[in-house]
Design a protein. Structure first.
Lengths: 597, 356
């Protein structure tokens, strides 16, 4: 089959690929986007007026399947994935457990669908703080850092090659284009322009969290969420007459049939879908890139029926989410040793893989609320992201705290996430508590349904060279390609940071008012597999070609026309959910490219 | 009933095929014990999804459309380079044949063939494909049925189906007794409430939503949900149920000689449940099924899901599980604290922006 040609080829349609596509197409450039997953449409977009997403709890966690991947310690165990998460038997992520065994995991995937992870996420759209982007400077010369006997925290901290001031206009533009509701006052993240829509009224269950934050003197704001509450001109979306009906627990982990959740498909790609310069091919998986010297010349992919196809392109942008982007680049290096020599020139591809230090606390409230009418979060605070607080605590960085309102909001989700901290353990807690039966089942509902509230933190993880993505030596995906191998652990400073922030979350709930029953607190330091679907790093950008995989424009150092624009570029993970920052940086790289094309 | 074609485009078909069918190699990545060793379906991801059962719209009336599903038959003709594919079955008039169309990608045939048709909800049908003149069962869909004449046909069922497919009446009732111990609906005030739901419906709704009403006060459709689940999405658990229900029936007959297990008092099932939770059940045939606790946990997951699942999946009959939560949890002004109707599509719920 003859090569096709695209001026710009973008691999991946999520937070990393869509903003740059939007910028380039709007400026008149020709873009071809390849996306591994399906194009699931909203009611408005589909020919018969029905969405491919449903308000159906089995869409978030479907039928049981069993792991059949040879060599895995968890072979034979059940797993449950959503309708757009990859099948673990076809394309597992493998991580190395502390005991040295390998296990397949659903953690670390975003979603394979047009829109990527933004189709399933809760929509939390926070900026990073200015200090998040200059942690080397922030920590220079410090001797007060907790649990850092070998000085790694200071040594491995990096400033981003772009400052908050440089990134800020793109944050503002991302907020405008994506469509976000929330409030600004109280944030530690200055803005040059205000594009937030008004948030809807908080769920009554969040009043307790607001009271706890107030009691502790924490300035709070309404969590910015990528859910529109008003008509949104940039994407042409219109909200329902009854705005209260926008609040539904079928948001986090569900695609939105009405398109009110501002995923990148509805907010950034659909508005350019009719442009003759833009073509989106769903259900097309890129297998490897091919280069001639320093130019990537050709992209090899499989079409929806598995047929082999190729495209030539002037510029290639990789944005498959961090783990899969690193994997694609490493696989390309295997196909072509010359490509491999260039992409591995710094020896850092796959290294400094990051997720977040995260965790929180939960409680049971004396009064019940209708949690089925809620979005993902109501209140957030940057109290623990302030420079003074971070230094006082002996920490290297901080993070945001916000309450979750959509967890355990629906009856089946209450059970399947019961005592299950991650998606690998879905159902296990409820099933093994065999005392939840008969009258005990009613007690369980009485005590928990509509009464549970949780507060989470999302904070910087220490960057470590040995936390890395490799190609697994034996496990192959359904196309015969080596799968991603996740090797990581927490730093002792991470453990201290999580302990302190979990305690702050716990304190919010202890101060939440009379009758609040504290249920527990903690971080994810006890598990090496936990990722929160925030996959970051592995191809970090920087100003020194020996210390980074990409230059400050997110171009691979030894290539003329190869860019990475997803979370893989991050040198540090930031103290908040990463999506908005990925989007802002993608818009920034788009602007850089406009000056070059 | 002539075939009414549903409006599903090529993008829709490919969206439902690439992930499940496209692949290289011969590994049996998806055989969890539900297939014979030579069944090629073990290579396919979630073969049970075919034919694709989805919501239907006539483009005009949501209310009128809600009684139907769009059923999309798919034939993967990449290997045999098929040039002519059709389907016939009990869903068409006098077994009329309807042609599948070649599904295109970039204007070229992809090798995949498809046809979407309108079929009423709540039904079971058998069908066959005609590929280049030869009749055959669906090579993807694992469901089949042997007809009275001894011939094997492929089978599908539509949403909300209440027709038993997996269990005998005896097994359904025994399963109902087990489930009714797990979930609270057996308690006196709850069973009264469920009766009120049933009795509050008009006769037509009763017949449509509660054809098996005789046991709804106990298990709100969970048994039917499991019946459909092991017929399709979790067919790999069919043996768990058949073996364990047989073992349980046998051991109850041994424990209570001369009595029908279905008529035993609730305590008999409560005792059994408690023993299963410890994995030590007197009289359990562990050679036949190793872990009674394993089966109990399976049942717990299915019971919880079946009670509160969207009724399209065959459980939560007449939304009884949701109505239970809706009526049980209320604020001081007696407003519900589980307002599912605001979210769920009309006519099942009240939301008219979302069409289901």
């Amino acid at each position: 089959m003859a090569d096709e040609f695209a001026e710009i080829l973008i691999i991946g349609s999520g937070a990393g690929g869509s903003p740059i596509a939007h910028t380039l197409v709007r400026a008149g450039h020709q873009v071809l986007m390849l996306e591994k997953g399906p194009l699931l449409r909203t009611q408005e977009q589909s020919p018969d007026g029905l969405s491919d997403f449903k308000r159906d709890e089995l869409f978030a966690t479907g039928a049981e399947k069993r792991l059949t991947v040879p060599g895995m310690a968890n072979i034979g165990e059940p797993f449950f994935s959503s309708h757009v998460e990859p099948d673990l038997n076809d394309e597992p992520h493998v991580y190395r457990e502390v005991d040295g065994t390998d296990r397949a995991t659903i953690e670390g995937y975003t979603a394979q669908v047009v829109g990527g992870g933004t189709q399933l996420y809760g929509g939390v759209s926070l900026r990073f703080t200015p200090d998040d982007l200059r942690l080397a400077t922030f920590n220079a010369g410090r001797t007060d850092l907790l649990a850092d006997p070998n000085g790694e925290v200071e040594r491995e901290a990096r400033d981003w090659p772009v400052s908050y001031e440089e990134l800020e206009p793109f944050y503002a533009e991302a907020e405008r284009l994506v469509g976000i509701s929330g409030t600004r006052d109280g944030q530690e993240k200055p803005t040059s322009a205000e594009h937030y829509q008004l948030p809807l009224d908080p769920n009554p269950i969040s009043a307790s969290v607001a009271a706890g934050m107030d009691a502790l003197g924490m300035r709070r704001y309404r969590t910015p969420l990528a859910v529109i509450t008003e008509d949104h001109a940039p994407s042409g979306r219109v909200v329902p007459t009854d705005r209260e009906s926008i609040k539904t627990a079928f948001v986090n982990r569900y695609g939105d049939p009405l398109g009110l959740k501002s995923n990148t498909w509805i907010s950034l790609l659909a508005p350019i879908a009719g442009d003759p310069n833009f073509e989106l091919r769903a259900n097309c998986v890129v297998t490897h890139l091919e280069a001639d010297g320093s130019r990537v010349t050709r992209v090899h992919y499989r079409d929806p029926a598995g047929g082999r196809r190729t495209v030539q392109a002037n510029v290639v942008i990789v944005a498959c989410s961090a783990i899969e982007s690193v994997r694609l680049l490493a696989l390309s290096g295997r196909h072509d040793p010359a490509f491999g020599t260039r992409i591995h020139s710094s020896g850092l591809l796959g290294r400094y893989f990051l997720t977040h230090c995260f965790g929180g606390a939960s409680a049971i409230l004396p009064t019940r609320a209708d949690k089925s009418k809620t979005l993902d979060s109501d209140w957030a605070t940057d109290h623990c992201a302030r420079a003074g607080w971070i230094r006082e605590q002996g920490l290297w960085a901080g993070g945001v705290i916000y309450n979750n309102t959509s967890d355990a909001a629906l009856p089946i989700s209450l059970a399947r996430t019961w005592q299950a901290m991650d998606m690998d353990n879905i159902w296990k807690g409820y099933l093994s508590e065999t005392g939840i039966v008969g009258g005990g089942f009613e007690d369980y509902l009485d005590k928990n349904f509509g009464r549970r509230v949780s507060v989470s933190f999302m904070a910087n993880q220490v960057a470590q060279p040995d936390n890395r993505i490799e190609l697994h030596p034996t496990v192959r995906d359904k196309w015969g390609r080596a799968v991603a191998y996740v090797i990581k652990d927490w730093h002792s400073h991470d453990q201290e940071l999580m302990r302190i922030l979990a305690d702050r979350c716990g304190e919010i709930l202890r101060q939440a008012g009379p009758g609040v029953e504290f249920a527990g607190q903690g971080g994810v330091g006890g598990s090496v597999s936990r990722i929160a679907n925030h996959v970051l790093g592995g191809a970090r950008f920087g100003t020194d070609s020996r210390d980074s995989v990409l230059d400050r424009d997110c171009r691979a150092w030894e290539f003329e026309n190869l860019y990475v624009t997803d979370g893989a570029v991050m040198p540090t993970s930031g103290g908040a959910n990463p999506t908005l920052t990925i989007q802002a940086n993608s818009l920034r790289v788009g602007q850089v490219l406009l000056g070059r094309l | 009933m002539p075939v009414v074609v549903a409006d599903k485009d090529d993008q829709y078909v490919l969206n439902h095929c690439t992930r499940f069918l496209a692949r290289d190699g011969d590994e049996r990545r998806h055989d969890f014990g539900q297939y014979t060793a030579d069944d090629p379906r073990g290579k396919l991801c979630e073969a049970w999804r075919y034919p694709i059962i989805d919501s239907y719209s006539d483009g005009a009336s949501v209310e009128a459309s809600y009684a139907y599903n769009a059923v999309t038959f798919v034939y993967d003709g990449r290997a045999d380079a098929a040039t002519d594919v059709a389907v016939t079955g009990t869903f068409t008039e006098l077994h009329a044949q309807a042609d599948l169309r070649p599904v295109a990608f970039l204007g070229e045939p992809s090798g995949i063939w498809a046809l979407s048709v309108r079929v009423p909800k709540g039904q079971v049908h058998s069908y066959k494909l005609r590929v280049d003149g030869a009749w055959r069962t669906d090579p993807i869909n694992p469901q089949s049925v042997v007809l009275d004449n001894g011939r094997t046909w492929s089978r599908f069922f539509t949403e909300g189906c209440q027709i038993p497919l997996s269990f005998s009446r005896h097994d359904r009732e025994l399963l109902g007794r087990l489930v009714s111990h797990l979930l609270p609906f057996r308690l006196k005030e709850n069973s009264r409430f469920i009766r009120e739901v049933y009795e509050g419906l008009d006769r037509r709704s009763r017949e449509q939503q509660f054809p098996l009403a005789y046991r709804l006060d106990e298990e709100v459709g969970v048994v039917n949900y499991i019946d459909k689940l092991i017929a399709r999405a979790e067919n790999h658990h069919a043996d768990d149920y058949h073996s364990c229900l047989d073992i349980i029936d046998g051991l109850l007959r041994t424990r209570y000689p001369g009595r029908d297990p279905l008529m035993l008092p609730r305590d008999a099932f409560a005792d059994l449940y408690a023993e299963m939770a410890t994995d030590q059940v007197t009289g359990w045939d562990t050679d036949r099924y190793g872990s009674p606790r394993h089966f109990l946990l399976l049942l717990r997951r299915h019971a919880m899901t079946g009670a509160f699942v969207h009724p399209r999946h065959g459980g939560n009959s007449g939304t009884a599980g949701w109505v239970y939560l809706e009526s049980r949890f209320r604020d001081q002004q007696d407003r519900t604290l589980f307002d599912w109707r605001a979210t769920i599509e009309a006519p099942l719920g009240h939301n008219t922006d979302y069409r289901g």
